[in-house]
Design a protein around this ligand. Sequence first.
Ligand code: GLU
Length: 451
Amino acid sequence: MPSSQHSNFTEFMEGVEKRNPGQTEFIQAVREVSQDIFDYIEDKPEYHEAQIMRRIAEPDRVVSFRVCWEDDDHNIRVERGWRVQNNNAIGPYKGGIRFHSSVTESVLKFLAFEQTFKNSLTGLPLGGGKGGSNFNPRGKSDSEIMRFCQSFMTELYRHIGPDIDVPAGDIGVGGREIGYMFGQYKRITGRWEGVLTGKAVEYGGSEMRPEATGYGAIYFLRCMLAHQDNDIEGKTAVISGAGNVATHAAEMMTQLGGKVLTLSDSDGFVHDPDGIDQEKIDWVKRLKNERGGRISEYADEFSNATFHEGERPWNVECDVALPCATENELNEDEAKALVDNGCIAVVEGANMPTTLDGIKVFKDADILYAPGKAANAGGVAVSGLEMSQNAERISWNKEKLGDMLTELMQDIHSKCAEHGDVGDGKVDYVKGANIAGFKKVADAMLAFGVV
Ligand code: GLU
């Protein structure tokens, strides 16, 4: 970075830190994107003069509300809910809802900021937002989940709409929760409209939406490897997580001839040297979706598999690593372990799973590294296609959507390769994704003037 840009960037980050005290995740996400952007806009004064980066890093609004609900023992419980509407320059706010005890305003602001760039990269008209609650769904009965979702939507409904803001799922919010929230929105407003995505196909959901994030990440890996005349066949993969993203990434990895060695949850990871094949993946899906079980049970079910309590899987030798659980789940030491063990590619199914120090390790080692905003964009892309289907009142079949997803991921890869080209056929995917994502949003904002 030239010195004038460096001081611009330093000053900008000081301002971000001052205005967002203690919001470490948000500051981390802004830093990761902005260092590339300040380099890119060095000779583009129009972006500086219009303060574009300063504007994108200030959410349009953050709505916070009380969510009051009654548990099965008739205790009154109070949680906090949020919707962060980061930027709607190129389309209605779009992004998931997360229910997890770790949710804070900082976490949702980082996710909404990232989502703005990710959604821009998809090429679809989608702005960036995110929402959620610190409500912990673990161990809650079905009726408790329903009452919480209804209460959450009773506040949220006034802030969303098919042309305003279209939420979807994320950690702790799947098809069941979307159903309860959609039902409540419809009950309050009296309108059936495409206000949420990730719906079941019976009431306006899209085929391929559950598979899209995990499959898309593997399609992106395939593009990265193909760019280096390599492929997935015979590669071993270490995957973290055991939810929707991880299980579908495992599924597509296996279908394309790879071998998946691990899955994990917050208690630890399972290592299966025989490979986690389709039958075992289906077992994990049932374990998590139907029984709410823990991944440790996998080691009791399948011989040769071992459970590693309290550990993450990054020390297991592999060709590719797919962090598909949550933010900051892969640190500097773990990144070094992956590189030392010969890992050639890291593809993020989760949002910001690698720490800034960890990313530096991958960059210095010159291995393939795909940030979440590019690699996991398949999920929100199919959400965008769900919105199109709802608006047209039609449903496309699985085959068509599968083809569209493959093409979308190829397009995202091409955009990264174009803007992240660092010579010798090499691509800086972080830089490519940041610049390509930024450009579309920034140019739209320039067109609007000072708003
Ligand atoms: N929560 C997902 C993400 O992080 C999907 C969002 C959506 O479909 O709107 O991109």
